[in-house]
Design a protein around this ligand. Sequence first.
Ligand code: SAH
Length: 230
Amino acid sequence: MKIGIMGAMREEIEPILELVTEIDTEIDYANNKYYKAKYNDYELIIAYSKIGKVNSALTAATMIEKFNIDLLLFSGVAGAINENLKIGDLIIATKLCQHDLDITAFGHPYGYVPESKVFVETDEKLNNIAKKVAKKLNIKLLDGIIATGDQFIADNEKKEWIRKTFNADALEMEGASVGFVCDALNVPFFILRAISDSADMDAGFDFDKFLEGSAKNSAKFLIEMLEELE
Ligand code: SAH
């Protein structure tokens, strides 16, 4: 089985490269680096896409179309909306949407484009494996809705709007784009995030302070999940 492991930023992928010791090759493709590695009996393709929906969609599509991955696991950080999520806590997405997609002028709901849908759902089997790992290791793991957009949210009003409009628990800048690509190309996918900030006034400051630690939390959990995959 070939597994794609993706993050958006170097800090999200470096801890994974450190934990996966057998790295065979680095491939330069489409302004990015893809690392081929082995873990147990799995072939891995590892990359960080760079931030945002376009970059992450390109990386996800490349992993599927060029490297033929069978499933995609995303690890990274996010801003919390749900008050139960504190810095460092983990959340898995049950479904994701694009909060910055707006053709409401034509009577459509926020996040909707014709011939598509507002929410894309993650793979239930992968989510169940994550829950099993969390239980085994006694780690707090929430599941919920993640909203994606090409904006770093550091504003209570915007955050509240996203909560209200999409019933979202966390927000970030890549999950939904990766999800829609995987969904269209029939590849099961999984989105894991550790909280780096609360998308409020202090978000910029918190993000810088907690990025590294939270990214590591997420990466470590993802590697634990590899042990439980079949
Ligand atoms: N400081 C970085 C930019 C970080 S953008 C730089 O200068 O390069 C934020 C990244 O973390 C994105 O990849 C996004 O997915 C995630 N993220 C964490 N908190 C977020 C928030 N409050 N709003 C949007 N994205 C957030």
